[in-house]
Design a protein around this ligand. Structure first.
Ligand code: URA
Length: 269
């Protein structure tokens, strides 16, 4: 029994956390010639089978993404455009489109990599274990997602088994992210991890080399200060590096104060 439980736990950790069909499929029995054979997972899952057939991944999906994103004039319109967009293959296997969480008007934007299992289930970024650590990191510098922090990801749909997104998948999401940044109009941007750094500022240096130094991101006519730091999921694996992230967050708080952004400890009611 405990073996069965630990196998199940291991499968869930590995991302095999969804039932593909209403009934279990005995694949050994299915190999035996029998007229009453169990259906295959795909045929038994009409929603998935239909999704596979109906979502085209067009050659001009980047052009489509750019046109849809550019036409959005508010965050709500951008979210609706993203939810209607079928050009990213990841959408076929995801449960939800994960757009953003928090208060854009706080003007402090955090950008992570991609939704994981919990984010896919709930439809919001950073709600799992890494998200709980991110919330503590935010609180340490007077930020929280109900008041003054805004959070999104480079990728809006969960990559199966939490694998790295392919260049095509990232390319389909990037026009939406760029428009997202324009519409959210942040005064400070924090990139969480190397994947965000690679896609947002186009640098492929390791995050250990990039972190802790201010870069700039152009939004329209002005440049926004941008700080790459360590991803909370990495910090869960390497807690000894929390002190590095702490230093980066101190620099973010100093920058917020220098440009007159209140934090929850300085905000007057
Ligand atoms: N990791 C991310 O990069 N984003 C999430 O939303 C959750 C985990």
């Amino acid at each position: 029994m405990s073996d069965t439980l630990s196998t199940l736990n291991w499968l869930v950790e590995a991302g095999a956390d969804e039932a593909m069909a209403e009934q279990p499929v005995d694949r050994l029995a299915a190999k035996a010639p029998s007229p009453a054979r169990a259906p295959t997972a795909l045929a038994a899952s009409p929603i998935r089978a239909q999704a596979r057939a109906e979502i085209p991944v067009s050659g001009d999906m980047i052009g489509n993404a750019q046109a849809l994103a550019a036409a959005a004039t508010s965050l709500a319109e951008l979210q609706a455009a993203l939810e209607a967009f079928d050009g990213c293959a990841l959408k076929r296997t995801a449960t939800n489109t994960v757009f953003a969480d928090g208060v854009a008007a706080g003007r402090v934007l955090f950008i992570g990599e991609a939704p994981g299992r919990d984010e896919d289930r709930i439809g919001k970024p950073f709600v799992g274990r890494a998200g709980q650590l991110l919330d503590k990191m935010l609180a340490s510098i007077g930020l929280d997602r109900k008041t003054n922090a805004y959070i999104t990801n480079v990728i809006n749909w969960r990559p199966p088994d939490n694998r790295d997104p392919t260049p095509e998948e990232a390319a389909a999401c990037l026009p939406f992210l760029r428009r997202h940044i324009e519409l959210a109009n942040p005064a400070v941007i924090i990139l969480l991890g190397a994947v965000a750094a690679r896609h947002v500022v186009g640098v492929s240096d390791g995050i250990m080399k990039l972190r802790g130094r201010w870069l700039e991101y152009r939004v329209g006519e002005h440049m926004v200060p941008l700080m790459p730091t360590l991803h909370p999921a990495y910090l869960l694996r390497q807690p000894a590096h929390k002190k590095l992230a702490w230093r980066d967050l101190q620099a973010v708080r100093d920058k917020m104060h220098a440009i007159g952004l209140p934090d929850t400890t300085t905000q007057s009611n």
